[in-house]
Design a protein around this ligand. Structure first.
Ligand code: DHK
Length: 140
């Protein structure tokens, strides 16, 4: 696949729609994937979607994405402390954009730190599902 990008979602993002709707909204992960597919199609991009609640799965998919054009990742709470995910990103030569639905800087102080940002092209936070669409657009 020539113009393929990975969209990786970490722990608890399978709960979108049910999980803390005041923070994460009412829409599901399936809706997010449909929205992103629509946008990708308009720009001749294809997407590979993955979600896991397990750190090792995310690491394996980062390695697997090494031949893709880019990775959009929301590592969930792993963002704040997973050196293993950070090192997996550093181990592949693929641009990575970190996204968060909520504005992590407005929330608890443990969410203010990202160990992922130093190995990412950029970080988009606070725009709900639009954070992912903006991340996809950053690859144009
Ligand atoms: C998602 C999570 O699961 C949290 O652990 C992060 C992020 C924030 C989000 O806003 O998408 O702290």
């Amino acid at each position: 696949m020539m113009n393929n990008y990975y969209v990786l979602n970490g722990p608890n993002l399978n709960r979108l729609g049910k999980r803390e709707p005041g923070i994460y909204g009412n829409e599901t992960l399936e809706t997010l994937e449909m929205r992103l597919n629509d946008l990708a199609q308009k720009h001749g991009m294809t997407l590979t979607f993955k979600q896991s609640n397990h750190e090792g799965d995310l690491i394996d998919w980062i390695h697997e994405a090494e031949n893709s054009k880019g990775i959009i990742i929301n590592p969930g709470a792993f963002t704040h402390y997973s050196y293993a995910i950070r090192d997996a990103i550093a181990s592949v030569d693929v641009p990575v954009v970190e996204v968060h639905m909520s504005n992590v800087h407005k929330r608890e102080s443990f969410r203010h730190q990202s160990v992922i940002s130093p190995v990412s092209e950029g970080q988009i936070v606070g725009f709900g599902m639009k954070s992912y669409e903006l991340a996809l657009m950053s690859f144009l």
